[in-house]
Design a protein around this ligand. Sequence first.
Ligand code: SF4
Ligand code: SF4
Length: 658
Amino acid sequence: MAELRGVSLGQNLQAIVSELESCKTIYGYRQRDIFTGDPDHDFSVDFHDKRAFTQLGPASGPHTQLTQNIILAFLGGGRIFELKTVQILDELDIGRPCIEAPNIGFNIEWSQELKLQASYDEYVKAWVILKIIEDMELLGVPKGDPFYDFVFDISIGYDLKGVSSPIMVEWVKKLMNAEEAIRQMLSELPEPFARYRDFKVDPHISSSATLSTFHGCPKEEVEGIVKFLIEEHGLHVIVKCNPTQLGYDWVNKTLLQDLGYSHLRLDKHAFEGDLSFEDALPLMKRLEEFGDQHGKNVGAKYTNTLIVNHEKSVMTNIEPGVPDKVMYLSGRPLHVIAMNGMHNMRTAMGSHFHISFSAGIDKENFTEAAACYLRPITTCTDLLQKGGYARMPQYLKNLGKAMDEVGARNMAEFLRTKAGDNSLSLEEAGHINAQSIVPALVENTRYHNNQNSDMPKFIDSHLELWDCLTCNICLPVCPNAATFNIPIGKQNIPKTDFVYKDGGFSPISGDVINLKKKSQIAILADFCNECGNCDTFCPEQGGPYAEKPNFFFNRESYKTDSKWDGFYFDSPHSMTGRIQGAEHSLQYSESEEQFTYMDPKGRFTLDSEGALIEGEAAAGLADGAVVDMNSFYVMKILMLGLASAPASYTNRFLLETS
Ligand code: SF4
Ligand code: SF4
């Protein structure tokens, strides 16, 4: 597996500013799709001790791991970010692909794939970048506007020993007050951002955590972990509940019979190992009381994903010791289960009980969840579908329309008008609204298997290095903005190979390289964790991440991931590449208009048309050997294509980081 790597604060800022100016995009997200607020509606909510401009956000998962994930979700209108779960074990071996969400979602990925320090750096960078975006008024919204009210929520797992370990304790403390890291990052900003080296940034990145009670979290340790987080750190804590809390019989009937997902199988053991509702209820009461005594909020989140057995999935392994074809279900069916879990718990705990929500949220049901006063409402599976992060603004547009229908301008008016009683607290109104929303869900056919079994369209064609349908679907479905296109242009390039004879090279005609499409798809290898989502949606066979050119940010990552083919740049005119395991390099001299190309068979100086100026054979090259120059043309096309492309984030990261 290729390792995920982020880029520095300065590189991110330079990329954001220059790309917005020259391409009208940020990490490929179009400026015209950016959520810039809604003057007619106030979506803001309280979350613990903070205010957030919207209750929407990306769920802890593939959309909150790297800096650019968080910025992209902000552009979509997200304001409460559930950071990807961190835990003491930061060298996980996760099977690949790890996500399969053609309609409903399945995955086998769980906590952070980065090392703890790298996760920390990504979250701090994202925090600082959002503050600088505000200060620069880059999105056209004046600084100080509530538009910039956003919250970072730590997600943490999975047992007391890990959570209370010195390394995790220090990690949390450093995120609750990141003064030193922020100062260090700002001090290293490059010249265009020198004015921000002394920028004052609120260092208190997070004051709340969501505890994941999954992946082997012992149910008897939940209480101790929550108390530890409150006592040791002074955090507000949300306990993330599992769908198993609704009981095997109910979930089995609802999922397989009522919703029709009869091809899935539940794992009875998973239900026995998790907290039952009967255990969770008194636990929540005790924890709420404990929180009250310490001046901290305790709430519950609905829900984690659901362990299922899915024989038809492409994913074959999960955690050590867990059988193949066992994976985590998300998306629409989980929405029905989680909403019922949420309502059961709130009814038992009382309307006041804080509930956050994430399960199958999309533009159609976000408004209903908002009417139930759930905070935050986070999304994941829907963002893996076509359009990616740009699907989020429609959630808020639909909420605005629903507010108009009842004559509401803010969330308080919306909640109370929907509940039909202006004297209710927001919590009471949300609870009353849920009483009509939740029971209707299981009958709603949009959650049923027969409305969620269409697969993305495929054609009988296998991806190759060059050309494809160029549908660009693979770009926004990548959570990490790892896929991009290079506007190389249509080209017909006659290839000249060489034959080595009598100590010299003679040209021989090769094939013609025929690029029929205006642009070519490529991958930023350091942002790609081979999750497989681009493969799921690519109409052609093979998977963009596996078939298209991979680019590393620098020599170090190129060397580390040495089993993968790919390229890196030392400078815009000097690149090295591994092609079918063999190393090649290419330099271009602008003053001499010459290329210098090295491959295992020799060193060649060529003019800009590819005609040989000078050739030097590698030691031992046999008389009569043919030098196939395909790799030279591949590298030349990519080098010139990237150099001529506008200043997108990809060019910044590839050509200016070496
Ligand atoms: S390029 Fe494809 S496989 Fe890689 S992270 Fe993006 S979606 Fe996943
Ligand atoms: S690689 Fe696949 S998804 Fe991406 S543009 Fe080409 S055909 Fe479309």
